[in-house]
Design a protein around this ligand. Structure first.
Ligand code: SF4
Length: 188
């Protein structure tokens, strides 16, 4: 069976490719070993969606498992509003929208459209400020950029040398488990 890349790991891979390796090694262990504050808030932001409590409106789909065979990705969307053909990804806090987060939303879009859903609008929703951030529908060029990024992800070897950025490391949720750096995690 073909392996799919999880959509949520695309953002982690941009942050640091080695974090994907650490996540895979430790994801079977106790969650509080590697879930430092930012990720815990992110998980809480998704909790109502994952428990399917967020919406009882009939035209809204929440926590749908989605797949895209063409790109080899799979994951779960937050909210799809059928009447508006709007796909929304919720974040606890959103001061800057990073490329990895855009890739995540594009990936959800390509999954939904391959599965036959009509999606005409994309947006992030920041829970902490109650604000929506519209995002353009990806072009063919954007799709190629995402496909190239997924290829890089698939070809990553954890034994390869990686560029260490201490500022990233001390904000990294895997910092305490990482053998590539000695810096301390700021969240502990
Ligand atoms: S601690 Fe640094 S090197 Fe290790 S996974 Fe995190 S960002 Fe990457």
């Amino acid at each position: 069976m073909e392996d799919y890349i999880t959509i949520s790991s695309l953002n982690d891979f941009i942050f640091c490719p080695y974090s994907i390796y650490l996540h895979n090694v430790y994801m079977g262990g106790k969650e509080d070993l590697y879930h430092a504050t930012p990720q815990t808030q992110g998980k809480a932001a998704h909790a109502t969606i994952d428990e399917k409590k967020y919406s009882s409106k009939k035209d809204e789909i929440t926590s749908l498992l989605v797949f895209c065979d063409e790109l080899g990705i799979a994951g779960k969307i937050d909210i799809y509003k059928g009447k508006e053909k709007l796909l929304i990804e919720r974040k606890y806090k959103l001061e800057t929208i990073y490329r990895g987060q855009i890739y995540q939303l594009w990936a959800e879009y390509f999954c939904m459209t391959e599965m036959g859903y009509e999606v005409e609008k994309l947006a992030f929703y920041a829970i902490s400020t109650n604000k929506m951030f519209p995002v353009e529908i990806p072009t063919e060029e954007d799709k190629k950029e995402l496909a190239d990024f997924i290829l890089k992800f698939n070809q990553f070897n954890p034994e390869d040398a990686i560029l260490i950025n201490e500022n990233k490391c001390n904000h990294c949720i895997y910092c305490n488990l990482c053998d590539k750096t000695e810096v301390e995690n700021v969240y502990t």
